[in-house]
Design a protein around this ligand. Structure first.
Ligand code: NAD
Length: 436
């Protein structure tokens, strides 16, 4: 491996992590974003997201002169060319949100390709790191219309909250291209990581990302449905999944029930795969069923809260512990906690929410919830407390003190996170998910 000149377009969870990590591996990187204020903050080393070790890496990259920022994709290529030389590899890490009918919307990707096509140096490699429909690499090549520029698919598998660690210690690196030299150049960028690397065709690489994410979402839907059945039959889902997980073909991970799965990837990728299959003349029933199970899970949790509040939440104060889609992140996108919150709000509940990753209300996302910055404020006068995100610090709360603040001492623990004995000793009735 020798250092490359790299442009990264989009500085969100994927783009900024990619840029900072590649800079730390010795490459010269220019990261671009459309948001000038974001770029300004990044130049000062302010990353604007909760992501373990990322701020330190960005700071180190800036200090070493290997990480710079620009406003806009074209500007990034020009700035890199001026500072270090023309970009040899350009990573596209822009959003591919859910579009009409559930398909991934490629508008931003296509606009970026349009923007850079004329300024790409001969021999450059354009890499799709965003999650894109199968066939996007081929369409990107068509849009570029450049025989001297190759396109590679290199899907990203990092998880928010541990993005840097996942990038630096990946389970695998998947690189797909119909141009061998381009795939090898991209794979070589990661050679220091020593991860298993799969070189394949572009369409298969694009499919791997959907196949993996949707499998994980289906696994969670299965476990959530199983937890419902356990509850009805008097079995304990924690015991059941432990027994299942010892089977090496299944494994212990992704076997914990919860209020539903969410985040910026699973829901949109599930809908996108359904659309991809539909476009190919196939009804992917498993995906459809898993999506429905997820909605059922939200409803089931809301129903539990209603039951705990004596049959109705109308006009009752309900304390929500956790708003983000999982612990360790500040990301509220498609959070199952908020989905449950919306159901309770529709039933007339007076919601107060506390989350260590979300200290204040975010218009458009937390609407209907009074966001407070300490758990005591969420507990005060509550007819029920609902644990919706698996923040480990919830285990350490002073539950005896909270019991004195609530109206009714009942906790619905949708993550089976807390120790029921501790809760009972503190005076709470504790209800988990799928537990006898
Ligand atoms: P994000 O929303 O966190 O960040 C995207 C950034 O791109 C924003 O800062 C935005 O301002 C910027 N941007 C938008 N249009 C731009 C343009 N034309 N030029 C330059 N910058 C532009 O997005 P993300 O979570 O990093 O996701 C990016 C892609 O990676 C998506 O396709 C997503 O599905 C995929 N992905 C995400 C994750 C994850 O955990 N977040 C993991 C793997 C893959």
């Amino acid at each position: 491996m020798y250092p490359r000149r790299i442009a990264v377009i989009g500085t969100g969870y994927v783009g900024l992590t990619t840029g900072a990590c590649l800079a730390s591996l010795g490459h010269s990187v220019c990261c671009a974003d459309v948001d000038p204020q974001r770029v300004e903050r990044l130049r000062r080393g302010e990353i604007g997201m909760r992501e373990e070790a990322l701020a330190e890496l960005v700071e180190a990259g800036i200090a070493a002169g290997r990480l710079i920022f620009a406003v806009g994709a074209k500007a990034a290529l020009l700035e890199l060319a001026q500072r270090a030389g023309p970009a040899e590899v350009v990573f596209l890490c822009v959003p591919t949100p859910m579009g009409v009918g559930g398909a991934a919307d490629p508008t931003l990707m296509e606009a970026t390709v349009e923007e850079i096509r004329a300024v790409l140096a001969p021999g450059a490699v354009v890499v799709n790191k965003s999650t894109v429909p199968v066939g996007t690499a081929a369409r990107t090549a068509g849009l570029l219309g450049r025989d001297d520029v190759a396109v590679v698919s290199n899907p990203e598998f990092l998880r928010e909250g541990s993005a840097v660690d996942d990038f630096m210690h990946p389970d695998r690196i998947v690189v797909g291209s119909d141009a061998q030299y381009a795939a090898e150049r991209v794979a070589a960028l990661y050679s220091k990581l020593g991860a298993p690397t799969q070189l394949t065709d572009a369409a298969s690489a694009e499919m791997v990302k959907y196949a993996a994410n949707c499998f994980l979402a289906m696994k969670l839907s299965y476990v959530n449905a199983l937890s419902d059945l356990c509850e009805r039959l008097g079995a304990d889902v924690v015991e059941v999944t432990e027994g299942m997980g010892y089977d090496k073909r299944i494994g212990q991970r992704f076997l914990s029930p919860g209020p539903g799965w969410g985040g910026s990837c699973f829901p949109k990728d599930m809908h996108a795969l359904l659309q991809i299959a539909d476009g190919a003349g196939m009804d992917f029933e498993l995906i459809r069923a898993s999506l429905n199970t997820n909605l059922t899970t939200h409803r089931r949790v809301a129903e539990k809260v209603r039951d705990a509040a004596g049959g109705s939440v109308a006009g009752r104060r309900i304390g929500l512990l956790g708003l983000t889609f999982k612990a360790g992140t500040d990301d509220l996108r498609d959070s199952p906690a908020l989905a449950v919150g919306r159901l309770l709000h529709a039933d007339g509940a007076d919601l107060v929410g506390y989350d260590p990753g979300c200290p204040a209300a975010i218009p458009g996302l937390t609407d209907g919830i009074m966001v407070v910055d300490d758990p005591e404020a969420a507990a005060k006068g509550a007819a029920a407390l609902v644990v919706l995100t698996e923040w480990p610090q919830f285990r350490m709360l002073d539950w005896a003190a909270l019991a004195n603040l609530v109206e009714t001492p009942v906790v619905i623990d949708t993550r089976n996170l807390l120790d029921p004995d501790v809760l009972r000793r503190a005076g709470f009735a504790w209800m988990g998910l799928g537990r006898s």
